[in-house]
Design a protein around this ligand. Structure first.
Ligand code: ZN
Length: 309
């Protein structure tokens, strides 16, 4: 049930390239016992310590979210983390034989498919939920994250770009695994052609191509097949936000109103929120009945097969 911790039924793996390193990487997801959390292991560095996916281990937020521990690092974890969070997976081991999670098609849909292939198993321990008790905000110039108490996890996201194709887009997600899989997980990362060229000159985005990112020049989308949703850009920002939020280690129940944020402000927000203990509390549900007795609703992590069509 949705209030219990979850892991995978069996091992599952895939291969792809790292967006920034351009290196081919093999990724394996494995089941893990209750209260393990999500742990990354670099199998190409023998004897390397597991890196726990927690905000304490975030060491870089330039272009992607990177975690590290004792000299080992793994970057671009956010799309995989979003898929794990989106399907309610609390415990898993992620093995990688390179420094970066493969970018796949630039969205979280391939990871959603991978988790579905492995199967999902309920565990005996209840999940911990972080429930927002009081309004809270972080701001950085015209970027902001405002957080409010709410019965459910809700994310309202606004982007603003001086570009004829993007301009202002707002999307509101009331979280369920079904809506995450169908409306958010397929949205791809995006970049501007002039930025992509600069990144490549600086040895970044080496694995980037029209197969794993939406690329726009000054007027149009360069991908032949166009967009998956007309507001795919803001949907991808919600995907990134969910991936970054998941690093808090527990599903959060609250309303996040986000304007123009990015990985840096997302991580700053998490650190400020965690250290400000009067703004949240941790709850667990001991039974399904108890879920309905509380003033909050447990996020619907159950997923119909149609979500993978
Ligand atoms: Zn992204």
């Amino acid at each position: 049930m949705d209030y219990r911790q979850r892991t995978l039924k069996e091992d599952v793996s895939c291969t792809g390239v790292g967006l920034h390193s351009g290196e081919r990487v093999r990724l394996k997801l494995k089941p893990a016992p209750p209260n393990t959390g999500i742990r990354f292991i670099r199998t190409d560095l023998p004897g390397s310590p597991p890196i726990e996916a927690t905000f304490k281990n975030v060491i870089d937020t330039t272009l992607a979210t990177t975690i590290g521990y004792n000299g080992c690092r793994v970057s671009t974890i956010e799309h995989l983390m979003a898929a794990l969070f989106g399907l309610g997976i609390d415990n898993a081991i992620v093995e990688l034989d390179g420094p970066e999670v493969p970018i796949m098609d630039g969205s979280a849909a391939p990871f959603v498919f991978l988790i579905k292939t492995a199967g999902i198993r309920d565990q005996d321990e209840p999940k911990r939920f972080i429930v927002i008790k009081k309004p809270f905000k972080v701001e950085d110039g015209n970027r902001s994250v405002h957080i409010y108490p709410s019965r459910e996890l809700k994310i309202t996201y606004t982007i603003e770009f001086q570009h004829p194709l993007l301009r202002n887009q707002t999307y509101e997600l009331t979280f369920s695994a079904k809506d995450f899989a169908e409306e958010i997980s397929k949205a791809r990362t995006f970049g501007f052609l002039k930025d992509v060229e600069t990144l490549k000159q600086n040895g970044l985005a080496k694995g980037g191509s029209l197969d794993n990112a939406i690329v726009v020049d000054d007027f149009k989308i360069l991908n032949e097949d166009g967009l998956r949703y007309k507001d795919e850009f803001v949907r991808h920002k919600i995907l990134d936000f969910i991936g970054d939020l998941s690093i808090i280690g527990s599903p959060v129940i609250g309303h996040f109103n986000v304007k123009r944020s990015g990985h840096f402000l997302n991580q700053y927000m998490l650190k400020k929120l965690i250290s400000s203990k009067k703004h949240w509390k941790v709850i667990k549900f001991k039974s399904e009945k108890e879920c309905t007795d509380e003033a909050v609703k447990v996020p619907a992590f159950g997923l119909p097969d149609s979500a993978f069509a």
